[in-house]
Design a protein around this ligand. Structure first.
Ligand SMILES: [Zn+2]
Length: 514
């Protein structure tokens, strides 16, 4: 068995003013064909699985390009086309192959391409022909399109958000397409559109139980896999929206039915899927009154992982105004301020301008006397089985608050974001992390309590404030009743009323006879 594996991934915030260029991929993660390190990256789940098979002596693995960029604006056209064509030419050289497995995101958009993954899968199909199974592992924040599902045999999304299960899902995907290549199964995909745009945090109920439920359905009744494509709320593309994807072994009707059932269950949960979002002041007030420490507060509005700059100062300014102590806040992306801190050295005290540089959604910079408490070259932070680059990092203390300033734009993921530069988040009263939910994997376990804020920033917490132009309606929360359930409920009532009417008419009829 010969498998071709490659990966091209980024999550595109089409509203972000920062173009995603070649450098963004090189700085994010970049492994040319045959050069992927042993440590898995978030989108190399299929490669890790294929490598295990190769080690056992079962398979020949042809490893193509693997690269991903930190989410930002649309990928530059020539950059997308260049990487795509590179992967396609590597695949052509590898032919004939028995199967293809790709590590993709599913919400990548480039100039001129709203559905990069659909485009790539279609071209892969043209090369391998109709008989070679193609599989793709996607991030659940994907815009699952018909092009994607029509061109692949199997698509599996990470089930967890935080995405700590990318290795397991990659293994499942590779097993399914290998079974398909051997003729053991015939995977067919069924998709149900839940007609909503929503964040689905699997760390809390009711999503926690929903994930357990879909897992319990796999391996029974011909169900090979069940995924939820959450969607990415900051992508202005036609395919945006939450979808349920079921793969069965040639049981299309059953798969359709199950996808619709699960999709409607998820839709019914829609109002309970979002945590309560507190204003900055409410969040700080709550944290200061809390007994269990540390209180970990998420700041999703400036999550670099969703394409925000990661240098906004609104929250930190509110903390400084309150003269908070025993607090940590981070990260703030500011390569220039980092350089100045390195120049000053550990223990130095300096007047520093930092943060608030990228635009109005970042607020104004902070000018303050700070002390440099820690410096680390080429720092990384841990996320599940992988690590992310932070670049040169400086820990500063401003008032009673300790802040890591970073060089490579990234959201807050691991405790080492802070400990790298001598800040101990466990010893704090309040820890604020710029992240939507990925922080939860590391910070959830140390937190006395986790709360979520919604302040100013690039990522609006209320999706109705996002200026979409391509979204297909109706969809919740933009439309209150996208499935027309109220109209349907009204319909049976009318029918019932009509029935009663005709019944009484019938009842009257004999009377009339009498
Ligand atoms: Zn994601």
């Amino acid at each position: 068995m010969k498998i071709f594996v490659a990966s091209l991934a980024t999550e595109t915030n089409t509203f972000s003013p920062m173009p995603t260029d070649r450098k963004a991929f090189e700085e994010g993660f970049y492994a040319p064909a045959g050069q992927h390190p042993e440590e898995p990256s978030l989108f190399s789940g299929p490669l890790a699985a294929a490598r295990r098979q190769a080690k056992a002596g079962n398979w020949e693995v042809v490893q193509g390009l693997h690269t991903f960029a930190m989410p930002a604006g649309r990928t530059v056209k020539s950059v997308y086309e260049g990487f795509r064509d590179q992967i396609l030419s590597e695949l052509k050289r590898a032919m004939p192959v028995d199967m293809v497995a790709l590590g993709l995101h599913g919400a990548m958009a480039a100039e001129g391409y709203d559905d990069c993954e659909g485009d790539l899968l279609r071209r892969v199909r043209q090369i391998v022909g109709p008989k070679v199974p193609i599989g793709a592992e996607l991030d659940p924040h994907c815009h699952l399109s018909e092009t994607m599902t029509s061109q692949a045999e199997a698509i599996i999304c990470f089930k967890e958000y935080p995405h700590t299960d990318f290795l397991e899902r990659g293994k499942e995907l590779v097993n399914i397409i290998a079974d398909a290549a051997r003729g053991k199964v015939r995977p067919v995909m069924s998709v149900f559109d839940c007609r909503m745009v929503q964040f689905l945090r699997t760390t809390a109920e009711p999503m926690r139980s929903f994930v357990q439920h879909i897992k319990s359905l796999e391996g029974k009744n011909g169900v090979l896999s069940v995924s939820v494509a959450h969607c990415f709320p900051y992508g202005d593309v036609a395919d945006i929206g939450t979808k349920v994807l079921v793969i069965t072994d040639d049981r299309k009707d059953y798969g359709d039915k199950l996808a619709a059932e699960l999709g409607m269950q998820l839709f019914e949960l829609r109002k309970r899927l979002s945590p309560k979002l507190l204003s900055i002041d409410q969040a700080l007030k709550h944290a200061l009154a809390a007994k269990k420490r540390p209180v970990v507060i998420a700041e999703p509005a400036d999550n670099a992982g969703g394409g925000a700059p990661g240098d906004s100062t609104f929250f930190l300014k509110a903390m400084l105004k309150r003269k908070m102590r025993e607090a940590a806040f981070g990260p703030i992306w500011d390569p220039i301020a980092v350089k100045l801190c390195f120049a000053a050295g550990i223990g130095a005290s300096l007047d520093l301008r930092f943060g608030g540089k990228m635009g109005p959604t970042s607020g104004d910079p902070i000018d303050a006397k700070v002390s440099v408490i820690g410096l680390r070259r080429n720092a990384r932070q841990t996320f599940g089985d992988t690590t992310f680059e932070l670049g040169d990092t400086a820990g500063i203390r401003v008032g009673g608050i300790e802040v890591p300033l970073i060089t490579e734009r990234c959201q807050g993921l691991g405790l080492d974001l802070f400990t790298n530069v001598g800040i101990d988040p466990k010893a704090k009263r309040v820890v604020v992390v710029k992240s939507t939910n990925h922080f939860h994997a590391a910070f959830g376990p140390i937190a006395g309590e986790v709360i979520y804020s919604d302040g100013p920033g690039a990522l609006a917490g209320d999706f109705r404030r996002i200026p979409f132009t391509k979204i297909r309606r109706p969809k919740w929360p933009f439309d209150a009743d996208p499935f027309g359930q109220k109209a349907k409920q009204a319909q049976p009532n009318r029918t019932a009323a009509q029935k009663t009417k005709s019944k009484s008419a019938k009842a009257r009829a004999p009377k009339a006879k009498q």
